[in-house]
Design a protein around this ligand. Structure first.
Ligand SMILES: [Zn+2]
Length: 90
């Protein structure tokens, strides 16, 4: 999974997390690749999850859009059945 082989000498120079710990010192753990904070911390610009709870989206079956679409199809079907029922009365 790692595109770069871990090299202890190089890992020592990895960028460090600057989050303030409960002791008031800075965290100093290596940052997540491409981010400003370590795996335990967030809050810095560009760290943490993507905005808008986007990771919670699975298939969209219950998205407002999908629900509205099903509602429309059901209404159309109901209208068709009503029409057929009315035609049967003649
Ligand atoms: Zn940290």
């Amino acid at each position: 999974m790692h595109p770069v082989k871990p090299d202890p000498l190089r890992l020592n120079q990895a960028p460090r997390c600057n989050a303030r710990t409960r002791r008031g010192t800075s965290c100093q753990s290596p940052t997540v690749r491409g981010k400003l904070r370590c795996r335990m911390h967030g809050g810095a610009e560009g760290s943490g999850s993507p905005p808008g709870n986007r990771k919670a989206f699975k298939h969209g079956r219950y998205s407002a859009e999908a629900i509205a679409q099903r509602r429309e199809v059901a209404a159309l079907l109901r209208a068709c059945l009503d029409q057929l029922g009315a035609m049967g009365d003649v």
